[in-house]
Ligand binder design. Sequence first.
Ligand code: ADP
Ligand code: MG
Ligand code: MG
Length: 870
Amino acid sequence: TKRVYSFKEGNAEMKGLLGGKGANLAEMTRLGLPVPNGFTISTEACMDYLNNGRQFTDELKEEIEAYLKQLEEESGKAFNSKENMMLLSVRSGSKFSMPGMMDTVLNLGLNDENVKHLAEITEDETFAYDCYRRLLQMFGDVVYGIDTSHFENFLEFYKRKHRVQLDSDLTAEQLKEIVHEYKRIYLEIKKQEFPQDPKEQLFAAVIAVFSSWNNERAKVYRKLHNIADDLGTAVNIQLMVFGNSGNQSGTGVAFTRNPSTGENKLFGEYLINAQGEDVVAGIRTPSPISELKESMPEIYQEFLEMGELLEKHYGDMQDIEFTIENQKLYLLQTRNGKRTAHAAFKIAVDLVEEGLKTKEGAILSLDPQSVNQLLHPVFVEEALKTADKISSVGLPASPGSATGKICFDAGTAKEWSDRGEKVILVRQETSPEDIGGMVVSEAIVTSRGGMTSHAAVVARGMGTCCVAGCSELEIDEFLKIVKYPNGELHEGDVISVDGTNGDLYVGEVELTLSEKNEDFETIMAWSKEFSRLAIRMNAETKSDIKTGIAFDASGIGLVRTEHMFFAPERLIEMRRFIISQKSEERTKALETILAYQIDDFKEIFSTIEGKSTVIRLLDPPLHEFVPSKQQDVERVATEMGISYEFLNGRINELHEINPMLGHRGCRLAVTYPELYIMQAEAIIRSAIALKNENGLDVAPEIMIPLVGMDGELRLLKEKIEAHIEQIIATEKATVSYTVGTMIELPRACLIADDLAKEADFFSFGTNDLTQMTFGFSRDDAAKYINQYVAGGILPVDPFQTLDVSGVGELIRIAVEKTRQTKPNMKIGVCGELGGDPLSIEFFDQLGLDYVSCSPYRVPVAYLAAAQSAI
Ligand code: ADP
Ligand code: MG
Ligand code: MG
């Protein structure tokens, strides 16, 4: 099989085989853009290598050599040549971009001898030795695993000793000394010389890139982003171009649009006389790309046009790496740029308006979860006026606002967050090793590095707020102190971070939810056009219902009535009902509750303006309504005018070993039918009242929970309907209503055809159904579920994303059986999974009528439903 492809042989479709970087280098080559020539070793070759005892086969070696020869012929260069020396970059690149996860070796091919020739050819000794010291450092790190700090610490020390400010100010003689020391580091740490043969360097580098697929950082990143472990990485081998060859050269990174705001304007940074990662590493402060327009107007113009061409070609905002060598522009990488949720929505809408994308394409380009970031909190304006602002202002690297405790290292951040603290990671700069701590932080603050620094890029990707490059902060990660012009802060001190404008505050600043924006509205409108599923909300309070209405929820999928029983004046009546053994007292208690419930339902129905509303009758076991601590029992006994012993005795009778499998849901009503009858009466009376008072038509959907047998449903439905009919008759009213059931027991799924004979509608209660199917108590399972997920026993937490093969299969069976009895019965989903994008796709494909989720997830659900329908 073919394992190597020249850039001329590949194209953008071949990301699986050539990795994203390789496929796009090939595509840019095909488009005639100035890409240094090269070839790509496939991801298959990488997996072969890793799976077959790490054998670097002769076949692969020969194939690489053939392509190397071709590269030499086409470029007129050769390894070790005294006239036209070939130097290479060796770059990793997997199917999905994994920024900074696997490393690059530049200037490969140099050695002690030929570095002198390079100096002669270029008449620039400084340049030649600068390349060599970089090669030694990168090769040492990537191939020999010598920690870069060994090289960097020496470089820092050397510069300080010789009072050199910038790397680019080092003289040739100084660089030679550094090279000398670097080689000594090889001997000291690795006990091995730097290999002098370019080919040996090359093969070692290829093997190192292959192996890097399985390094810890890469594994953590893949886990975090759900990337499969068996994809492998490709290796790109490419002619070097030199941004470090003087003041007519440089290197940079730019986005075709602003990745923070989405504004359609070139956004990026560059450094003159620099190479490779200098820009991102925060070694010198880079210049904004707009300055290139002044200093090299022709290059700027050329770059602008190439950016536009690439955007048009890919139909999306591009993140482009470039290098300028003696006033000639080269493109080294392009990919769809990572962006904030804010920018993603704006760019998606703009691209449709500019004719570069379809509406469908725009919808598919967005991550439904990112909607949450759009609805991120912002600081309350009033609170900001009195907030204690740290005078330093940093770069607004990733929007959002957060407060939390300062941590100076990833380990502490992780530890504190695990014990429930909100933390803010404050560092000079971040590196891939910090990922674990960045993920758990509310915000990230750095004192060095720009808008494209590691911290900025990763934070934007995760939707975490970030302020980068706060140059006035003096961060001492060792002493755990950060000094700012008017004071200092220590580990554990609270700060507030505004990633939208780059401000920092001492202490906590109050947060509120951010304003919605136009692009978000546009995407929502389009999503509703495409979505087949209706989206309802789970809500019972006025403010939650209003939130859901603002997001255009089509109704309420779940009103949990038990919440209405906990207000003190109601709780006492509920307790009277539960505890008392005198029938008049119980009836009286229920009558009082009835009056309250009528008001409750009137408020709900009028707030939702008569849209479809499912009301679930009382679900939890009765013991939840009685006190458990002795002193509370004593107090309640006094309140109710009964003896402590009597109350305690009743409470003990209510006690159950497994309350979640106990006397709850419809089982309560089989014992105490008057409970559900009272609730049904309240629902119908409130509907009648609204009709009479406001002319509002309400058609309540009354839902009986936890049904497992058709007999339960038949019994309760008959009683409820008989009572309702009687009320309607006496009141001479016309109210339409339906009575349905929640499907949340495995048995209910299996007899759904029988239940469908009785029910007017179904709604899957995914929380209980998951709990009952797995036999996991959802209140206690978190401990071991995390372990199951980490160990690969479960792919995901089934309470967050539907377990398709188990719970999903039960749902599928239930739907199929239901349709046998009643082909058009209304079926919905309520519970956490109703707002989870992957689960929504499954529900949509089953042809359900709606999903219902918490109000803030309604937009997420619309977008996910639209994506599923497209
Ligand atoms: P990453 O995947 O971390 O972005 P890259 O393979 O893109 O790593 O390499 C990092 C940087 O190295 C590039 O942005 C570019 O500046 C530099 N680089 C890579 N290849 C070359 C090359 N052929 N010539 C000059 N610089 C290069
Ligand atoms: Mg790159
Ligand atoms: Mg339930």
